[in-house]
Ligand binder design. Structure first.
Ligand SMILES: [Cu+2]
Length: 175
């Protein structure tokens, strides 16, 4: 490698650059037109993004406003709302050995990146595993344990699963 080589290359590049500038010097009109064009494109892109964000917001809110989440579809069932915020209510009380009628209501939609909006109601010691799809309403009945006490239930399809305290609740069995 000689010291001449890099210098030669640099000189050649400089010559090329000068030539390129010489052959095309954009006129004021051309520059102005290009600026107008890019401004129009930027405006259109901004409009599209704004519309997309607004649409996504309306879609997400739709599950809450249009979903009639306070209406129970099952007689004598306790509506239990499931969302990324957890179970609502978090504590469900039941008589020992009695039938527990729940009306699950998943207010999250499938656009959630965390588990696709699916939530579950799991009680390991009772062999209960209920999967509630996004924006779905689903009734579920089971027999409460005969021994009074607090029994844990949780969701394992979002928020880090069982390890996360967000989606845990208590089935409080009273004598
Ligand atoms: Cu969940």
């Amino acid at each position: 490698m000689s010291a001449e080589q890099p210098r030669a290359r640099r000189e050649r590049r400089e010559t090329e650059r000068t030539t390129a500038q010489g052959t095309h010097r954009p006129s004021f009109e051309e520059v102005a037109a290009a600026e107008r064009r890019s401004r129009r494109i930027r405006g259109a892109v901004f409009g599209l993004i704004a519309a997309a964000v607004l649409g996504a917001g309306l879609y997400l809110a739709g599950g809450v406003f249009l979903g009639q989440r306070d209406k129970t579809t099952v007689a004598n069932a306790l509506p239990v709302r499931l969302s990324m915020a957890g179970f609502d209510p978090k504590v469900i009380t039941a008589r020992a050995g009695a039938t527990v009628n729940l009306d699950f209501w998943n207010t999250d939609n499938a656009m959630h990146l965390d588990g696709g909006g699916v939530h579950t109601f799991i009680m390991d010691d009772q062999n209960i595993y209920v999967k509630i799809p996004a924006e779905a309403r689903q009734a579920f009945s089971f027999i409460a344990p005969t021994a009074p006490g607090d029994y844990d239930f949780y969701c394992n399809t979002c928020c880090g699963g069982k390890a996360s305290p967000t989606m845990h609740g208590i089935l409080r069995v009273e004598a």
